[in-house]
Design a protein around this ligand. Structure first.
Ligand SMILES: *Cc1c(COP(=O)(O)O)cnc(C)c1O
Length: 437
């Protein structure tokens, strides 16, 4: 079946190569089609002007794209949020979320157990824009949060399952502190996924993800998302966020006037993401949505496998400790029972007695686990943080993060558990040789 319509024979080659293939909008597709198009034609002169007035419809992919919008609705719904904005990576999601809240002179308070990229963003990059961050050593200590909040504080930031230590955060506790000051709580929910935990249901205001990890799951594409609860309240928080409540440049209605509770995410979409421009490719949005369709199945299996692996590792004499909140002896186990009843995720650390040499031999003996810095993949992955992701940390910071020379981080996949345990047995045998050598 030809996809092109008859072309005027009068047109020249140079014109025909542009205009001969017209999209067939009447074809219906079971999946959301990939609108791999930089922009979208207006119907006519008036509709163009109308679009710029109301924002309805699509004009240019950096602003909005139908494939991306479909994936945004999917993820917003799964997180229980009002609206989501997809961007090109998890790092972009965190950066854009914070730039939507904080300006020069502003301040952030964050839990100390943070993804390395986020730590760097806060500690090295936002500082250069005049935005400073204080870190709370114990994210479950309300008094410690209170002590760091200042009149300029515009966001509290935590991760629902910090990596690799699994020192879970009592989201409701931190949300209460945030709300007493009219400040939003931003939760990076990458490791939990909305299948295991929906931070907005526990009081968080904004959720961010690296969709590169569990949401996509296949490890083929990067992406990031910001989900907002749509409950910005100008009466409670307007004084802290004048960019949302002040009249626009021409004295017209504010973001709050136009979007009410969705002012925060509307501003973030139209005034931050669009301007800084970390646009997700519609092709990647499609691939992300394909992954999300199997999220519950994957995460269920990954969590069950992870518990099996953690229990097995904890029983090995070569293993000094296992940081998995699903284990009854773990310091975060009570929080896990409350926040993660469906499963405790599948990224965690364990520490071998034999230090770096044991870790090196362990990793090199594995055949199924892939040594990789990625996580949340359907395949099992392993990494030695001390020599890779965490080389720029002080000894005190490494101790606080629970990382020593013998520590390995795993991200457990959906393989058959006995196959994974047989592979880990190879690692344990190699680590034992290291101890004997
Ligand atoms: C990977 C990751 C990020 C960064 O995401 P990218 O997609 O790699 O940019 C942020 N937060 C957490 C918890 C992550 O695991």
């Amino acid at each position: 079946m030809s996809t092109s319509r008859p072309v005027e024979a009068t047109l020249d080659f140079a014109t025909r190569q542009l205009h001969a293939a017209r999209p067939r909008d009447e074809v219906r597709s079971r999946t959301t089609p990939i609108y791999l198009s930089a922009g979208f034609p207006f119907d006519d002169f008036d509709q163009a002007a109308e679009h710029f007035g109301t924002g309805e419809g699509f004009s240019y992919t950096r602003v909005a794209n139908p494939t991306t919008a479909s994936a945004e609705r999917l993820i917003a719904g799964l997180e229980g949020g009002a609206e989501a904005v997809l961007v090109g990576s998890g790092q972009a999601a965190i950066a854009i979320a914070l730039l939507g809240l904080v300006d020069a002179g502003g301040h952030i308070v964050a839990g100390a157990s943070l993804y390395e990229g986020t730590r760097g963003l806060l500690g090295d990059n936002l500082v250069r824009l005049g935005i400073t961050t204080d870190f709370v050593a114990d994210a479950n200590d309300a008094v410690a949060w209170e002590a760091l909040i200042r009149p300029e504080t515009r966001a509290l930031v935590v991760e629902s399952i910090p990596n690799p230590r699994n020192d879970l955060v009592d989201i409701a506790l931190v949300a209460d502190v945030a709300h007493a000051h009219g400040i939003p709580l931003v939760v990076d929910n990458t490791l939990a996924t909305p299948y295991l935990l929906r931070p907005l249901e526990h009081g968080a205001d904004i959720v961010v993800h690296s969709t590169s990890k569990f949401l996509a799951g296949h490890g083929s594409v990067l992406g990031g998302v910001i989900v907002d609860d749509g409950r910005f309240d100008a009466l409670r928080s307007g004084a802290l966020f004048p960019h949302l409540t002040a009249p626009d440049r021409l004295g017209g209605p504010s973001w709050w006037d136009r979007f009410g509770g969705r002012a925060r995410i509307a501003y973030l979409r139209e005034n931050v993401a669009v301007r800084f421009g970390p646009t997700l490719s519609p092709l990647n949005a499609f691939l992300l949505a394909q992954g999300v369709e199997t999220l519950s199945l994957r995460v269920e299996r990954q969590s069950a496998n992870a518990l099996g692996v953690a229990e097995w590792l904890a029983a090995q004499p070569e293993v000094a400790s296992v940081d998995y909140s699903g284990l009854p002896g773990n310091a975060a186990h009570a929080l896990a029972e409350r926040y993660l009843p469906r499963g405790q995720g599948s990224v965690f650390a364990f520490t071998l007695h034999g230090g770096r040499e044991a870790a090196r031999r362990f990793v090199n003996a594995l055949e199924l686990f892939t040594p990789m810095t990625h996580l949340g993949d359907v395949r099992s992955l392993i990494l030695h943080p001390r020599s890779t992701s965490h080389t720029l940390r002080t000894p005190e910071e490494l101790a606080a993060a629970g990382i020593s020379e013998g520590t390995l981080r795993v991200s457990i996949g959906i393989e058959h558990l006995p196959d994974l345990l047989r592979d880990l047995e190879r690692g344990i045998a190699a680590a034992r040789e290291a101890a004997a050598a």
